[in-house]
Each structure stands twice: as structure tokens, then as C-alpha cells.
Write a protein that binds this ligand. Structure first.
Ligand code: NDP
Length: 327
């Protein structure tokens, strides 16, 4: 038997609990993994609490990412003993996920754990950090360089935000951090932010065009914040939009697009092709300071993930939560 978080949705209601499962219950897959760590991401918190329609079937084991060791494999690329990691592909949504001591998965979803990282470090980065890297790579692809001008990171105190700040600062960008938690200013400056922007200055309905302040932005917040960020980009500015912490709406105008030539790049991490995943993890291995990763990470035990999910959605978690599924 192994420990897992399991979500039920039946006549007794929607609920998540720590439970014990038999390996024979694991879903189909050609690779079995002894999970070492998972991360607690925004999407996991929505699934665990039921505040978002993330789980597509029940009972579901949540956990959109995991790192661990292969214990059985009929997949050509993976053998017993290999260290692997996984992000997305609907795992933790429609296929049992990483908040468990064991998982059975499609080998095509897995990538080798980069040598630079332990399983714990990889999951401290997790899907939030991998997505932050995809956002930074999108800014680069669209021509935003450190000398282009300041880059804004919204939702700065969260997982995506914290990793994005650390990466951009390491790469030489002048990073501005938008947060609703002024008490975390020292933490954000420690990650490499040069300026703190208040969440309130961006989260209300704004003008179609504003003073041009940023060459680029990484936005994990959406809604009015994303609209205001678009309105305040430099000529030819670029925003990589990956999240909806404020809301899924996008109450914007075309003014910044047709008058300033800005680019809005959508970032999806879930269905990303394998070569782009490998490239993003290779860049994380190069560009992420492990000391900063450590500073933004708190470890919790598997059973603590249920309570932590509510705290994360309430905006009370700073940086990243890594889950030791074996304690
Ligand atoms: P976190 O909860 O760790 O971070 C979100 C941060 O957003 C909070 O810490 C807070 O930062 C800010 N925030 C929270 N509520 C609001 C609000 N009402 N208005 C404005 N800002 C708010 O989540 P993650 O970093 O893990 O994920 C961030 C977003 O990115 C989520 O929406 C998630 O679904 C999305 N995401 C998308 C992916 C993709 O593939 N596209 C992959 C990974 C994440 P502060 O307190 O500093 O203001």
C-alpha cells in the first residue's frame, strides 16, 4: 500500500483526504515511478479545494508535477533506477498525479531529471518555475534583452513570480515586482527585484494607454492587471501571460497593440512539446541560482498539502511549496 491524497466528488460531497492505495489501483501507463517530491501549484490548490474545475474524473490523485525514480518500465527511453520528472500533460487532472508515493504514467510524458538538480530542487522549481522559465524564454524570443528596459513581474510573491524574478535578475534585467504584500518587499529585493510596484496600482480598471514603463512583463495574474500591463508597455513591448490569480477575464483595449505595437504571448506549460520542455529545464539548470531557489522554498509533508492548498489560494504562501510525499 502507498500514501496518496485523493479527491472524491460523490453524494457525500467534494473532499480531499490522505488515504492509502493499492498499487494495483494505479492507472494504466508504461512507466511506474516511486515519487520522491511533488510541488504544490496553484492548479493543485484549485483541485484539492474544489475551487476550480481541475479534476476531470473521480476519485483523482492530484499533483500536476512529480520527480522520482523509475521502478518499472516497458518504455524504450526509461529503465529501472532512472531519475525522472514530469510537468503537466493532464496529470493530476485526468490521470492520477504526483501527490502520492507512487505513480504510473506514460513514458512519453517524462523527461530525465537534469543532473544539476536533486528531485527536491526540481520540484521546488516545479511547474510554477518551469512556466516562469517559459515566460522568460518567450520574452527573449520576442527580442526583449536586458538593455531593452525594465521588466515587470506580477504576482511577484507567488511561485511563478518568485522564480521569474530570480531568473530575470540573474540574466541582467532590471526587474520590477508587483505585489499585494508590501511586507514581502525585502524578500523580493533579495531575489533580485530593483523596484516594488503595488498590486493596487495595477488591479483596478485603467486607461487604454498609460505612461510607458516596462519593456517586458511576466504576468501570472490576468484580468485588469494584464490589461494595465499591456497599456504601460514600451513601444514594441512584450508581455508573457501565463496565469489568472486575479481573474480569467481580460478587460483590455486594442490601443497598446495598434499604437505601440506590443506583443501578448500566451504561455501554456501543460501540452508543451518535449523538445521545448527539455530546453526550458536546461535553461533552468544554467540560469537559476540554487541559493535563491532555496530562499523561496518551504517543504511540507504529504498530509499538509490539503491545508496548504487553502492557504495558497488565500495568497498566504510565499514562493514555492515542495511536498515530501514520503513523510
Ligand atoms: P501562487 O499562488 O504561488 O502565486 C500567485 C500570486 O498572485 C500570489 O502569490 C499573489 O502574489 C498574486 N495574487 C493572488 N491573488 C491575487 C489577486 N486577486 N489579484 C492580484 N494578484 C493576486 O500561484 P503560482 O505562482 O503557482 O501560479 C500563478 C498563476 O499562474 C496561477 O493562475 C496559475 O494557474 C498560473 N499557472 C499557469 C501555468 C500555465 O501553464 N499557463 C503553469 C503554472 C501556473 P502577491 O501576494 O505577491 O501579490
Amino acid at each position: 500500500m502507498f500514501n496518496a491524497i485523493q479527491i472524491h466528488n460523490d453524494e457525500a460531497g467534494y473532499r480531499s483526504e490522505l488515504t492509502q492505495l493499492d498499487p494495483v489501483q494505479l492507472p494504466e501507463g508504461d512507466v511506474q515511478v516511486a515519487v520522491a517530491y511533488s510541488g504544490l501549484n496553484y492548479k493543485d490548490a484549485l483541485a484539492i479545494t474544489g475551487k476550480g474545475k481541475i479534476a476531470r474524473r473521480f476519485p483523482m490523485v492530484p499533483g500536476i508535477d512529480l520527480a522520482g525514480t523509475v521502478t518499472a518500465s516497458s518504455h524504450a527511453e526509461f529503465a529501472v533506477g532512472d531519475q525522472v520528472l514530469l510537468n503537466g500533460w493532464g496529470v493530476g487532472e485526468s490521470h492520477w498525479g504526483g501527490l502520492a508515493q507512487q505513480a504510473r504514467l506514460k513514458g512519453d510524458w517524462l523527461i530525465p531529471l537534469p543532473e544539476t538538480f536533486t528531485a527536491r530542487q526540481a520540484m521546488a522549481i516545479g511547474t510554477a518555475g518551469y512556466t516562469a522559465m517559459l515566460c522568460v524564454m518567450a520574452l527573449e524570443k520576442h527580442g526583449i534583452r536586458p538593455d531593452s528596459g525594465p521588466v515587470l513581474v506580477t504576482g511577484a510573491g507567488g511561485g511563478v513570480g518568485s522564480v521569474a524574478i530570480a531568473l530575470l535578475a540573474e540574466l541582467g534585467y532590471e526587474v520590477h515586482a508587483a505585489t499585494g504584500r508590501p511586507q514581502e518587499a525585502d524578500y523580493l529585493l533579495g531575489l533580485g527585484a530593483k523596484e516594488i510596484v503595488t498590486r493596487e496600482s495595477l488591479s483596478q480598471p485603467g486607461a487604454p494607454l498609460a505612461k510607458a514603463r516596462w519593456a517586458g512583463a511576466v504576468d501570472s495574474v490576468g484580468s485588469h492587471t494584464l490589461a494595465n500591463v499591456c497599456a504601460a508597455l514600451h513601444y514594441n513591448g512584450v508581455v508573457a501571460a501565463c496565469g489568472l490569480a486575479q481573474g480569467m477575464d481580460f478587460p483590455a483595449s486594442v490601443a497598446p497593440f495598434i499604437l505601440r505595437g506590443i506583443t501578448l504571448v500566451g504561455i501554456d506549460s501543460v501540452m508543451r512539446p518535449k523538445d521545448e520542455r527539455l530546453a526550458a529545464w536546461a535553461r533552468l539548470a544554467e540560469d537559476l541560482s540554487l541559493a535563491k531557489l532555496d530562499a523561496m522554498t518551504q517543504e511540507i509533508a504529504l498530509a499538509e498539502a490539503i491545508q496548504a492548498a487553502s492557504q495558497l489560494l488565500a495568497g498566504q504562501i510565499r514562493g514555492r511549496l515542495v511536498v515530501d510525499v514520503n513523510r
